[in-house]
Design a protein around this ligand. Sequence first.
Ligand SMILES: Cc1cc2nc3c(=O)[nH]c(=O)nc-3n(C[C@H](O)[C@H](O)[C@H](O)COP(=O)(O)OP(=O)(O)OC[C@H]3O[C@@H](n4cnc5c(N)ncnc54)[C@H](O)[C@@H]3O)c2cc1C
Length: 430
Amino acid sequence: MTDSAVIVGAGVIGLATAYRLALDGLAVTVVDAAPGGTAGASEHNAGWIVPIMSTPVPAPGMLGQALRWMARRDSPLYVRPSPRPEHVRFMINMLRHCNPRDFASGVEALTSLNERTLQLFDEYDKDGVRFEHHRVGQLLVFTTRHTMEEYRSASAPMERISHTAIPLSGDELRDLEPALIRRVLTGLRCPQERHVDPASLVRGLEERCRELGVRFLHGSPVTGVRSNGRSVTSVLAAGEEVPGDLFVLAAGVRTGPLARLAGHALPIRPGKGYGFDDTSGSVTLRHSVYLGEAKVAVTPLSDRLRFAGTMEFGSSDAAIDPHRLRGIARSAHAYLPDFPAAAQPQGWTGLRPMTPDGLPVIGPLPGKDNVLVASGHSMLGVTLAPVTADIIAAEVAGGRRRADSAGTALPFSPRRFGVRRARSTADNRR
Ligand SMILES: Cc1cc2nc3c(=O)[nH]c(=O)nc-3n(C[C@H](O)[C@H](O)[C@H](O)COP(=O)(O)OP(=O)(O)OC[C@H]3O[C@@H](n4cnc5c(N)ncnc54)[C@H](O)[C@@H]3O)c2cc1C
């Protein structure tokens, strides 16, 4: 019988899961290393809810493109040369998934996973989770027709779940968003896609969790896991032993090391992103806009315009490379000419939890009967948070609910990485 759950990680995935389990009546404790709020990518991202863009990062041609961009310090995709064996192993594994067959099966799995995404966000609103939620739709804009066609064909499978991408001419796009430069030739309008202020979402989820009685231990990094055979009995966090019937590992890019503490290694590595917020008012947008060739996301929030982009493999800290930020600012000016060309934005970074096949890791950790993993959401953690929580809740509830979600959840099982036991003892500490 599962009465209590301990969630490690107060990012959007951990909070969505805590909320869902608390609604199901469990006594939930959330443990996070950060002194207040979340320290992860969940506050610093573009805030898009985009089933239409739910494709795996490893795509045919993706690493070839990264290699061509290696010499450019402001490129949107960058693989930092690093001799670290885990980085090399990860990149080789990712390269193996950059083929049409794996890409198509990944798209199919993510499409099914996204079937209820919008409905679940609507339920957040109805239940009183307070956050900034925009339903205006999204524009993907391009200066070349063939890039538009690539995105159009990648998004075609999402029509099955009623997410459509409607081709528009440059002039039709400028009718919707007059700030776009004349060089924008074509684009896609995706009316069902949404965006949120991601910081307001994590705040709103934490507030609602507290109303439901969830206990929060902030400033409490988990450094050890205590087990009894196949069951974890407690985690050790800042000197406190936190017991529970069930444990959910939702620690973003740190989920791999945590899983190792519980006895099973998982290949989750960081993909660093960059961004900045512009409050100057130089550009006004209504829709969220994807600057296609530059791979930059622009999000209009109530009091600012957020720019985000870049996928950098091989960096695992929050350090800012100013070249990458300036690259985003230059792209902004190239598509939105009123944005100043010489802008030197103060920015931020966020570490996306990446997997070699580009799919999240959701489900039971091999070797343990009461540990679940909810991580590896890459560029889609905000989009997929509510549905991830639903799958975890179904797993906990068992019976009919688990059976109903089993087909959708299968491609995301941690078991797909093989049963690789980490060096582990009954009482595993670092
Ligand atoms: C630039 C950028 C733009 C993005 N845009 C979008 C977007 O538009 N739409 C979208 O859907 N997704 C987007 N993403 C992806 C999204 O931000 C991530 O997938 C998501 O935030 C991951 O959430 P998480 O809860 O798994 O991890 P995190 O937010 O990283 O949270 C993990 C938490 O675990 C805690 N933790 C770590 N180790 C421990 C430990 N040992 N003990 C206790 N606590 C621990 C950390 O302190 C942290 O608070 C973007 C990401 C970036 C970087």
